[in-house]
Design a protein around this ligand. Sequence first.
Ligand code: FES
Length: 111
Amino acid sequence: MTRWIKLTHVDNVPPREGRVVRLGTTQIAVFNTEQGFMAVENRCPHGGGPLADGIVGGTTVTCPLHNWRVCLKSGEVTKGCADGAPPVRTFAVEVRNGIVMLGVNAAEAAA
Ligand code: FES
């Protein structure tokens, strides 16, 4: 079951930038892309780099450490991928009345 958690006002995440929010022990990177707000776990699958600090282009982010590129829709690494690199976890995002909402399962929301 999905629960929706209020994250922040849309104005707090400038276009083509990311911000970090914490959900329990998980850091989540929220991005304001040309195609709307998107969220992934704030951990690059290469070496754990902070994706929220990366450069956003379209619906991808480039990791600030070694330039791996991650699709923010699918979580797949689209550039710099070693075979078998795991995707980044993605989260559902909606904007309601100017507030960015994160969709998580109920167990995580309680953490
Ligand atoms: S940690 Fe992200 S590319 Fe190396």
